[in-house]
Design a protein around this ligand. Structure first.
Ligand code: ADP
Ligand code: MG
Length: 242
């Protein structure tokens, strides 16, 4: 049984055909690492999965919520899907805890006490139990990104999408964020992660997806593909980033 099932997905921006028939299954608890050159359609694919982007052909199922062209229950979809971006976008005037409590309170209409409990639990999961009262500018970039992860977790999503979440960080802060994601994966979270961290993709990924010119060009076991890419495109991509 797949938690996410994507069938024949096409997306165009005007005449620019950006996703050219994507088929992808993600099982519960599986970590899918998505790699590929800039412009290959990785972000558009992720954004389609939580309804930030509409698509032109195909369908998408996330835990029983079906998204087809022209008929979308975005609210139901977004309750299933959490997303973390390269930019953390925390509200600077709210504490870490308040940032994390916001969506459960506003979107799910959960009471303040329960939302606070969710927020404390989520902050603990990212190793920031003691920073509930800190404002974003009192936190490092790595800590801010961990708050952004906690903010997504507090909505108790079925799946978490991560789009290059370490790309805006200073190199010495990358590992603390990757360690949090690795722990989430070990605890059984279903993840789709667009990343430039090839070692992470190889070690933590259950499946690797290589996007090239709007298509899934290669897909399979990360260790196998990194050791022996089947196509010259993946081979050249791997050598360009390592
Ligand atoms: P990646 O994340 O792999 O770098 P994207 O999914 O961001 O790739 O982009 C794929 C292609 O779609 C790029 O050529 C990009 O310029 C184009 N694109 C992305 N978003 C838009 C948009 N909102 N309007 C027009 N073109 C877009
Ligand atoms: Mg991108």
């Amino acid at each position: 049984m797949s938690l996410v099932s994507i069938n024949g997905l096409h997306k165009r921006f005007g005449t620019h055909h950006v996703l050219k028939g994507i088929d992808l299954r993600v099982k519960e608890g599986q970590v899918t690492a998505v790699i590929g050159r800039s412009g290959s359609g990785k972000s558009t694919l992720l954004r389609s999965i939580n309804g930030l982007e509409s698509f032109d052909e195909g369908s998408l199922d996330v835990d029983g919520v079906r998204v087809a062209v022209g008929q979308t229950d975005l609210r139901q979809l977004r309750l299933k899907v959490g997303m973390v971006f390269q930019q953390f976008n925390l509200y600077p005037h709210l504490t870490a805890g308040q940032n994390v409590m916001l969506a459960p309170t506003v979107v799910k209409k959960i009471g303040k006490q329960q939302a606070e409990a969710l927020a404390r639990d989520a902050l603990a999961k990212v190793g920031l139990a003691d920073r509930f009262q800190s404002f974003p500018d009192q936190l490092s970039g790595g800590q801010q990104q961990r708050v952004a992860i906690a903010r997504a977790l507090a909505m108790q999503p079925k799946i978490l999408l991560c789009d290059e979440i370490t790309s805006a960080l200073d190199p010495e802060l990358v590992n603390e964020v990757l360690a949090v994601v690795r722990k989430l994966a070990e605890d059984g979270m279903t993840l789709i992660m667009v990343t430039h961290e090839m070692r992470f993709a190889r070690e933590v990924g259950d499946q690797l997806v290589f996007m090239h010119q709007g298509k899934i060009h290669e897909q399979g076991d990360p260790k196998t593909l990194f050791a022996a890419p089947s196509t010259p495109e993946l081979a050249s991509f791997i050598s360009s980033v390592s």
